[in-house]
Design a protein around this ligand. Structure first.
Ligand SMILES: NC(=O)c1ccc[n+]([C@@H]2O[C@H](COP(=O)([O-])OP(=O)(O)OC[C@H]3O[C@@H](n4cnc5c(N)ncnc54)[C@H](OP(=O)(O)O)[C@@H]3O)[C@@H](O)[C@H]2O)c1
Length: 376
């Protein structure tokens, strides 16, 4: 016989008390967890615990696929503002790693009407812990994805962070019309590639800054195939030649939206290309260097500098607003206008996961690393 315990869990970037059933089902959950912050390969560990029994008001889900995002790595390191809840999971107090993934509903309690068995769901908010095979909880923890005809499991598993971030940044900061330019760095990141494709579908043009590399021509071609208008290396960005080239491209209408994934010197350089009254949105800091801004950009060009955090947007907006965004994105995916991100399979075992999480923030990778927690 089970009983209920109370546990502190993350919700809306805060912690709230939630009641859990401690009665165990027959299912054993396998998860990558951590009980303290640190280097992922040192603090992450494989953990098994019994899935709590189904109650009248809860559902059971099994995870189909979960990516490893840079923020997940920062979270394990303790360097991310959204702190996980360290919960009692079987015989250990731990947090499950990961924030994003797609799961399938496998059982519903008799009072649950908002989800049914077979629904594919994403997490209702960040901080849920998606590197696990199964989870149990109230239906409000999950949000069903819209029906789709042509959306892969990888696209579903990676929809809530990168495509949503790209979508919101293109929509919410500057009223853009078809034909307008957007400039971004991190053009080769998963967010950057989503920006390229969504912008193209909406009739916008993009200048995409990437790090130089030996195989730059093939990267340039790959991004052009996705719909990039121009691809520029960070080394080219500050040169006289590039300035005059861009003047020609913009033809008197410089971009009014800049998206900064990187920070540091090239991010400052990119801001110089924005037109008067433009908006510059910082959403990442991959170079781990501060963003320095000449005062003239604020005083004379009246550029507004913003930060964007998808977690905050999700906390501050309704599930219906989020669903509208999912419908638009799935619509683009169904039409092949928003493709599967480049991805690489990570084996679902402790060593492979540790290695992948350590590597997950280093760049020059083979694409988004994804685990399939129930596949082996
Ligand atoms: N604020 C938000 O809500 C939000 C949402 C999603 C993502 N993000 C952030 O956005 C960033 C990208 O995320 P993602 O999932 O798209 O990442 P990703 O696909 O793993 O790509 C990482 C990108 O960062 C670049 N990079 C890595 N180290 C770099 C360095 N030292 N200098 C310059 N560029 C470097 C890589 O460039 P190469 O291609 O040259 O390797 C690659 O383009 C991360 O910082 C992530 O935390 C923020």
């Amino acid at each position: 016989m089970g009983f209920f315990i109370r546990s502190l869990v993350a919700q809306n970037s805060k912690h709230v008390w939630r009641a859990y059933s401690t009665a165990a089902s027959d299912t054993t959950v396998k998860a990558m967890v951590y009980s303290s912050y640190g280097k992922p390969s040192e603090v992450l560990r494989w953990h098994t615990y019994p899935l709590p029994s189904l109650t009248d008001d809860t559902v059971h889900v099994r995870f189909l696929a979960s990516p490893i995002n840079p923020a997940d790595v920062n979270q394990v390191q303790g360097a991310y503002p959204l702190k996980p809840a360290f919960e009692q999971l079987g015989d250990a107090k731990a947090a499950v790693g990961g924030n994003e993934g797609v799961a399938e509903v496998v059982a519903t309690g008799k009072n649950v009407s908002s989800l049914k068995v077979g629904d594919q769901v994403v997490m209702a908010r960040s901080g849920y812990g998606t590197w696990r095979t199964h989870a149990a909880g109230p239906p409000e923890d999950f949000q069903p994805l819209p029906q789709s005809t042509n959306t892969s499991v990888i696209q579903k598993a990676t929809i809530t962070v990168n495509p949503c971030t790209a979508y919101r940044m293109l929509k919410d900061f500057s009223p853009l019309k078809p034909g307008d330019y957007v400039i971004q760095n991190g053009g080769n990141s998963a967010v950057g590639q989503a920006v390229i494709q969504i912008a193209k579908a909406w009739g916008l043009k993009t200048v995409n800054v990437v790090r130089n590399r030996p195989e730059i021509d093939s990267l340039r071609q790959e991004l052009m195939d996705l719909g990039a208008t121009h691809v520029v290396t960070d080394e080219e960005l500050g040169t006289h030649e590039m300035r005059s080239k861009m003047k020609g491209w913009f033809d008197g209408k410089p971009p009014l939206l800049g998206l900064n994934c990187v920070g540091g010197k090239s991010a400052t350089e990119m801001a110089r290309y924005l037109g008067h009254n433009g908006h510059y949105v910082t959403y990442g800091a991959m170079a781990r260097a501060p963003l320095t801004l000449p005062a003239s950009m604020l005083i004379f060009k009246n550029i507004t500098f913003h930060g964007f955090w998808m977690t905050r947007w999700t906390d501050q907006n309704s599930a219906d607003e989020r669903l509208k965004m999912f419908e638009d994105l799935v619509g683009l995916m169904d039409k092949n206008q928003l493709r599967e991100p480049r991805w690489a399979k990570v084996e679902w075992n402790e060593d492979a996961m540790k290695h992948a999480v350590d590597a997950g923030i280093q760049g020059f990778t083979q694409g988004k690393q994804v685990v399939f927690p129930t596949s082996s």
